[in-house]
Ligand binder design. Structure first.
Ligand SMILES: NC(=O)c1ccc[n+]([C@@H]2O[C@H](COP(=O)([O-])OP(=O)(O)OC[C@H]3O[C@@H](n4cnc5c(N)ncnc54)[C@H](OP(=O)(O)O)[C@@H]3O)[C@@H](O)[C@H]2O)c1
Length: 223
């Protein structure tokens, strides 16, 4: 690491192999940050967020390293069919990856964030998990995904309360409906536009914003 990248800070991104995670990792690298791009295969650091042992191993591997920003981005959609096609294993897998893993990551990397300069933990959530707004635009089934992101939003609120004593801000962000593998080709927002909006919000985050839920375009999303 050069002294320049050290000054710009260290950013850890989960699910950096493609989609928004890759775009965010690229933006922070282009901005001169040291990026720890976590992926199931390849990447700087191996991480399967579905596996608590893999998360614990990441914490051990990074022990003693200050990290400025942690971005919990990795997620899966699961079955989208609705109540009739809901299956226990699929639901639990989506909850494990989208809701539990960010909490385990937060716990594992809390010392790193405490040692970092910026002290920001980002949960990439979704408006689909908003109790107030999640069902306004579409009637997709998506039980597992919506429930997982609603749970993630509570994790944000709870972690914001918990981490405040360490000076760590915790936020939920909605990236918009983005043209990625998850969002599909019909999605409204280009991945570069979404990632740029998310980065601007992350970079402006202080403890005053902790516990908030914003969209990539700056709009506040109702919980
Ligand atoms: N796209 C949208 O319209 C949209 C809307 C609202 C919210 N979001 C949220 O935005 C974030 C990024 O979504 P995206 O559209 O970029 O999705 P994507 O293109 O499907 O990419 C998902 C990423 O998560 C990783 N991932 C999945 N399971 C993992 C695991 N067990 N361990 C480690 N990594 C894992 C994938 O890695 P592999 O390559 O190894 O599979 C991939 O890098 C997610 O949190 C998503 O819920 C997206």
């Amino acid at each position: 690491m050069t002294s320049n990248t050290a000054e710009k800070g260290t950013v850890l991104v989960t699910g950096a192999s493609r989609g928004l995670g890759r775009a965010l990792a690229g933006l922070y690298a282009a901005a001169g940050c040291r990026v720890i791009a976590c992926m199931r295969q390849g990447g700087d650091v191996p991480l399967d967020v579905a596996d608590p042992a893999s998360i614990a191993a990441l914490g051990e591997r990074l022990e003693g390293e200050p990290i400025d920003i942690v971005i919990n981005n990795a997620a899966v959609r699961g079955d989208t069919g609705g109540l009739e096609s809901l299956e226990t294993d699929d639901f639990l897998e989506v909850m494990r990856i989208n809701a539990l893993a960010p909490l385990l990551l937060a716990r594992a990397l809390r010392p790193n964030l405490r040692a970092g300069g910026r002290k920001v933990l980002v949960n990439i959530s979704s408006r689909a998990g908003s109790l107030a707004e999640g069902t306004l635009d579409d009637e997709d089934g998506d039980y597992a995904y919506r429930c997982s992101k609603a749970a993630l939003n509570m994790a944000t609120v709870k972690l914001a309360q918990d981490f405040r004593r360490d000076g760590i801000a915790v936020i939920s962000l909605h990236p918009g409906w983005v043209r990625t593998d998850m969002g599909g080709e019909e999605a409204a927002v280009d991945v570069a536009e979404s990632a740029a909006g998310l980065k601007a919000l992350i970079d402006a985050t202080t403890l005053a914003e902790s516990g908030s839920f914003r969209a990539y375009d700056g709009r506040t999303v109702a919980w």
